[in-house]
Write a protein that binds this ligand. Structure first.
Ligand code: NBP
Length: 500
């Protein structure tokens, strides 16, 4: 009797691959698995003998490919970059016209555009799918952002919809409670086709950039409570737990509350007080910021969150500078509860600006790469499964439902009224931080973004004058139509103006 063919295959059995394979098998799909190091595959299959769909382990890539139903569908979940290219190179000779390769790793969207083109030329179809939610998401429901060949996506759509996180159709709240062998039933899947070639991976990258911003802003809120109000980590944790019941309700606020209240097993103190203050990163926040710089999109708050990690990482230099450079010593005399509320509002307003920037970046990218992104659907699939999942995303979805062509989230009536309601507290916090010498780079950057974006005039008139002075770069005039450029013969530096 011939071996039962699998519905889909997966290459790469590290954390993400193992969890996604189990998620797929839990939904009744038979899945073949392969890993470069065979022992990892053997151990994984042996440890999971009774999944609903079944796992079929293969030590040879040729046997693995032969074990799949046609058109063959192979998910790659290996280290992004050279690892993905190496696997594709080995797969191509084993696959047939019309077969589908799906890269679920954190690929750079430019690599995805290249891979899709290369494979198309070889008669293969390619999907670059963002997978968000880390280990837990992969196991019980990630947010999935597939891009590439739309006809190929139709071939995996049923599996993608089945394994994705689910949210309540009415409220947008994530449906939780999945357990091994018992996936969540019903709900709206957090998966949607994003667009051609690299669109899925681009949107996943922006998700990560926004995540960088969210994380840094939360850290600044904690730091204000700690440095200005002298609150313990435990006290801060309780405040975050309370905030998680309001407009800031989100996965990141929830875990922040837990992290701050976590005790250190070695000392019994708060664990955060023992974690070294140097941040690492894997690069997707940097990619987001580089893309913003390349396309001329002012995503300054997201970029600031990347720089904040870099600054934290030069710990030795900071320790030396702390002995030399001076500034005010934080001292607070006002109403503590009012200050905590102000910090909440500063975090909320900054978050709105950071998301406004992320969506503006995607809006510009769709022009650059000729995609047609649906921002309502993107915010919808981010409501569950992913790291930035939040109640707030329902409001963003509603904003894009009201106006699919919304130029900036700040212009949506709901977000405008929210900022109107809370901005005075935001300004107070940035001012207090500045007066007390406490760094709040993303709060301050977001406020500068907000004030710049709403400014009828900015001092770029002087800047254009400077550019024309030293480089004859020309300027447009306030009293003439746009698109007409002028230059004057500026006097030598230091020489008085000629009488007109
Ligand atoms: P890693 O990114 O740590 O990669 C390890 C896997 O890649 C192992 O299966 C390893 O095989 C395989 N691999 C490598 Br390394 N080089 C290879 C090569 N040249 N040929 C074949 N296989 C190779 O795994 P991960 O953390 O599970 O992440 C997988 C993907 O998912 C990455 O792209 C990651 O960025 C993305 N992602 C991760 C997370 C997360 O929370 N970890 C979240 C979202 C997305 P071996 O066993 O033989 O060494």
């Amino acid at each position: 009797m011939s071996e039962q063919l699998s519905d889909i295959g997966l290459v790469g059995l590290a954390v993400m691959g193992q969890n996604l394979a189990l998620n797929i098998a839990d939904h009744g799909f038979r899945i073949s698995v392969y890993n470069r190091t065979t022992a990892t595959m053997e151990k994984f299959v042996a440890e999971n003998p009774n999944t609903p769909g079944g796992l079929a382990g293969h030590a040879s890539l040729a046997d693995f490919v032969a074990s799949l139903k046609r058109p063959r569908r192979v998910i790659i979940l290996v280290k992004a970059g050279a690892g993905t290219d190496a696997v594709i190179d080995q797969l191509v000779p084993l696959m047939e016209q019309g077969d589908i390769v799906i890269d679920g790793g954190n690929a750079n969207w430019n690599d995805t555009i290249r891979r899709e083109k290369d494979l198309k030329a070889k008669g293969l179809r390619f999907i670059g799918s963002g997978v968000s939610g880390g280990e837990e998401g992969a196991r019980f429901g990630p947010a999935l952002m597939p891009g590439g060949d739309p006809a190929a996506y139709k071939e995996i759509e049923a599996i993608w919809n089945a394994i994705a996180a689910k949210v309540d159709a009415e409220t947008g709240k994530p449906l939780e409670g999945a357990a091994p062998g018992k996936p969540v039933v019903g709900g709206v899947p957090c998966a949607t086709f994003i667009g051609p070639d690299g669109a899925g991976h681009y949107v996943k990258m922006c998700h990560n950039g926004i995540e960088y911003g969210d994380m840094q802003m939360i850290c600044e809120a904690y730091w204000m409570m700690s440095s200005l109000l002298g609150m313990s980590a435990d006290e801060c944790g309780k405040v975050f737990a309370k905030w998680n019941t309001g407009v800031l309700d989100s996965f990141l606020i929830e875990i922040t509350a837990d992290i701050l209240q976590q005790k250190d097993p070695m000392t019994g103190g708060s664990i955060v007080d023992y974690i070294l203050d140097t941040a690492g990163q894997k690069g997707t926040g940097k990619w987001t910021s580089v893309s913003a710089l390349d396309m001329g999109v002012p995503a300054a708050t997201i970029a600031e969150s990347v720089f904040a990690r870099y600054l934290s990482a030069i710990k030795a230099e900071r320790v030396a500078a702390a002995k030399i450079l001076t500034g005010p010593t934080p001292a607070f005399t006002g109403d503590k509860e009012a200050c905590i509320q102000a910090i909440h509002d500063a975090l909320y307003c900054s978050k709105i600006c950071s998301y406004a920037q992320g969506f503006q970046l995607m809006r510009e990218a769709q022009k650059e790469y000729k995609w047609k992104l649906n921002f309502g659907e993107i915010s919808m699939i981010w409501r569950g499964g992913c790291i930035i999942r939040a109640r707030f995303l329902q409001k963003i979805k509603e904003a894009f439902d009201r106006n699919g062509e919304l130029a900036n989230l700040l212009l949506d009536p709901y977000f405008k009224s929210e900022i109107d309601r809370t901005q005075s507290n935001w300004r107070t916090v940035v001012a207090e931080a500045s007066l007390n010498g406490i760094p709040v780079p993303t709060f301050a950057s977001a406020l500068a973004y907000y004030d710049s974006y709403r400014s009828l005039r900015l001092p770029a008139n002087l800047l254009q004058g400077q550019r024309d002075f030293f480089g004859a770069h020309t300027y447009e005039r306030t009293d003439q139509p746009r698109g007409k450029f002028y230059h004057i013969d500026w006097p030598e530096p230091g020489r008085p103006q000629l009488e007109m």
